[in-house]
Design a binder for this molecule. Sequence first.
Ligand SMILES: Cc1cc2nc3c(=O)[nH]c(=O)nc-3n(C[C@H](O)[C@H](O)[C@H](O)COP(=O)(O)OP(=O)(O)OC[C@H]3O[C@@H](n4cnc5c(N)ncnc54)[C@H](O)[C@@H]3O)c2cc1C
Length: 403
Amino acid sequence: MSNSIVIIGGGHAAAQLCAALAEAGQGARVHVVCEEPAHPYQRPPLSKSYLKNAGEALQLHRDDAWYAGKGITVHLDDAAVAIDRTARKVRLASGQELAYGQLVLATGSRARVLPALAQPLANVLSLRSAADAEAIRSRLQEKTGQLVVLGGGFIGLEVAATARHLGWEVRVLEAMPRLLSRSASPELSAQILEHHRSQGTQVELEAKVSDFRAESGRLAALRVNSEEVAVDQLLLGIGAMPETRLAQEAGLAVENGIVVDAALRTSDPDILAIGDCSSFPYRGQHVRLESVQNANDQGKAAAATLQGQPANYAPVPWFWSDQGGLRLQMVGLWRPGLQAVRRPGATPASFSLFHYDGADLVAVESANAPMDHMMARKILEAGKSPAAAQVADPAIQLKTLLT
Ligand SMILES: Cc1cc2nc3c(=O)[nH]c(=O)nc-3n(C[C@H](O)[C@H](O)[C@H](O)COP(=O)(O)OP(=O)(O)OC[C@H]3O[C@@H](n4cnc5c(N)ncnc54)[C@H](O)[C@@H]3O)c2cc1C
């Protein structure tokens, strides 16, 4: 039997897994299959600095010489198209077959599309890959005009902030009554809304979008509630779907992501799944996270499992987002029903929200308060739940709550 480790997908999770396996001297066993033409690169800048700066290059995790030096074989521009679990082989689009002893699915997620916009239209863009970012950057840099952003999630809001910075008129259309309604608390949503409006972005909540009208391969107009809106450029920012096609076709358990245990093993113990595509056990339920923290930490944990020391992945999740002068940082997972305690910062735009379930601290959201975020991470990682009155008092140094 082959002792190769084949990793399908060349994103953040794969890059971290490669680093951990190389550190353990296992590089020569590893094949990484990437459908994109570049070695694994950093995705977060693609909605931020990369769009602002025409000359900014992709930030690779590591260059090709590093992979070669560690004995890792990288298959670029060649997607995996099928997994044969009986023969333990992966078939690539090029026709090449790779035998595996252990297989890791690190296929990430894909930008969600609207059925009404399923056909490609020249001025309808979405953002997931370097190629998408390149297309958006050239539009935004070429001239200014009006950008409609469909969806008030993280990526839509980051691009909205960047486009405003570049002088575009921006209109964000959000179907829900508040921005980021699935992942941020109402208090934080309100601050984010105020921030974008103060930058001159038009944000409409409870926007019912319909009647997409295409002309000559472009989206000419759409209807927002009862108003017809002409479209210059449109960014679809309506979230992402886990890339699970190969797993499904191979008969692995899939439910909002590829289902894994705490060691990141799928329903086939020789196949692991990590990063955006995996649905893992967290506090009594299965969750799927789309974050660099999760991709990196699952990459490290998978390396342990692959080497015969099954991991027990139990993260304190954290995330960040930069939206034109507003730095958001979150640790823990906010959910409805928690009690928010506000800790003021040096300015009205700088604060943290500590969210409690009874006496238990569950999550902390920080706006322009990086020190609070760092301390909140330490507090949650230490399993502490400081008293609400203490965190509300800006005179109390958060680090004292750790002792
Ligand atoms: C524009 C943008 C900005 C972001 N900003 C932030 C941020 O500020 N903070 C944060 O924490 N997170 C951010 N994220 C999320 C973060 O980048 C993801 O959570 C992270 O990239 C997930 O890593 P991954 O390896 O699971 O998937 P990805 O990095 O998406 O990599 C998956 C790779 O697998 C490839 N693939 C899929 N199927 C196949 C196949 N069959 N064969 C071969 N290859 C395949 C894909 O092409 C892709 O290259 C951002 C994401 C985007 C898109």
